[in-house]
Design a protein around this ligand. Structure first.
Ligand SMILES: CNc1ncnc2c1ncn2[C@@H]1O[C@H](COP(=O)(O)O)[C@@H](O)[C@H]1O
Length: 355
């Protein structure tokens, strides 16, 4: 008999997180301690305490105000090698504690002129932080990796083609392990950023280069009505993505394309409801529509630092608002794992954890 799904069950579930933005996944407490350290060193003196500067989840009046928190606050605080490392490691630890076994963390390479950080160096710093954390857990846990973490590099919609190309070149250069014994790699490229920034067609050659180099492609798709024109959505399909993020305002004739191409959907319930990208509450979320259409769904947190709903809670919300049984929630977690990019063998091992 199937029992009602509860928090403990969703926590125990071996989970794959495929849609999480690094800078949006940093907890407020982590930002606060980085801010305190910097204040003590007389740095970032013009930045308010993050507990005052960042609104509670759900208090962003528009989706545009949500995007401003990155440029106006988080990027200004995380502006050197130390703070990038200090932000990245707790993000991994938070996912591990929540029972995430496999993570594809995405981040947008940033150039930070002061300390001389370019896109390649930014990615190197994030990779070093991942490997440092990995190593600590490896020795703590009798030489087993508890969380396998990889990277996806994001191209922001506002980038020029030259910047997009540079992101892809850095992604290509980071497809291999950093050094023998390391565990993480760059697996793919994403298109993200404020969906009111259009058009995006100038970025096509960058995604073509990524595809040609064997990188996987995911794109933020149909997040707002402005970014859901047939022209944009057909352009994005031409980039051959194997996954789509959010997929909110997809017209019926393109729903069929998603089905026929077996594209997986990365769906983020709390993010969409709290940032008002969707209308209504959780029960109105398009998760129900995609699931009923038999599409492969991977639940994700998007920006857990902002929306404060861990992946286990996203499974609980789906179960609660869509009446899922324990067996159906397990099926959902397996569906996320089957959409991951780390290779068949690795995915089979993760799927074994359910037996
Ligand atoms: C509604 N959800 C979303 N839709 C689109 N893009 C989003 C996003 N949430 C976050 N980002 C993108 O991720 C960047 C922050 O992380 P990284 O600096 O890359 O690690 C933001 O600047 C934004 O471009």
């Amino acid at each position: 008999m199937d029992l009602p799904v509860d928090q403990a069950f969703c926590h125990r579930l071996p989970k794959a997180e495929l849609h999480a933005h690094l800078s949006g996944s940093v907890r407020r407490e982590t930002l606060h301690s980085i801010w305190q350290r910097k204040q003590a060193k007389q740095q970032c003196l013009d930045l308010e305490d993050p507990s005052l500067a960042l609104k509670p989840a759900g208090d962003y009046p528009t989706v545009v105000s949500f995007f401003q928190i990155f440029n106006k606050y988080i990027y200004r605080l995380l502006d050197d090698a130390e703070s990038i490392a200090d932000a990245t490691m707790p993000v991994l630890e938070d996912f591990r504690i929540d029972g995430v076994k496999y993570l594809e963390l995405r981040t947008t390479p940033r150039a930070i002129p002061g300390p001389g950080i370019d896109y390649a160096e930014y990615v190197h710093l994030v990779r070093q932080a991942i490997e440092g954390w990995n190593l600590a857990r490896y020795f703590h846990n009798a030489h087993n990796y508890e969380l396998e973490a990889h990277l996806i590099l994001s191209v922001d919609r506002s980038m020029t083609l030259a910047q997009g190309m540079e992101v892809v070149d850095v992604a290509i250069a980071n497809q291999a392990l950093l050094e023998p014994g390391c565990a993480s790699r760059v697996l793919g490229v994403d298109l993200c950023g404020n969906p009111s920034v259009t058009p995006i067609s100038h970025l096509a050659p960058a995604f073509r280069r990524a595809k040609d180099a064997g990188l996987n492609i995911t794109v933020h798709f149909a997040e707002t009505p402005t970014s859901s024109t047939d022209t944009e959505l057909e352009e994005l399909f031409a980039w051959s993505p194997s996954r789509l993020g959010h997929a909110i305002h997809v017209p019926p004739h393109l729903i069929e394309v998603v089905q026929s191409k077996d594209i997986a959907l990365e769906l983020c319930l709390s993010c969409n409801v709290l940032s008002k990208l969707t209308e209504g509450g959780f029960a109105d979320h398009h998760f129900g529509m995609w699931r009923n259409n038999g599409c492969k769904v991977a639940l994700g947190t998007d920006d857990v630092g902002v929306f404060e709903s861990a992946l286990s809670n996203e499974y609980l919300l789906a179960a609660k608002h869509f009446g899922l049984s324990e067996g159906e929630v397990v099926g959902l977690a397996r569906s996320a794992i089957s959409a991951a990019w780390a290779g068949k063998e690795r995915m089979m091992k993760l799927l074994d954890e359910f037996s």
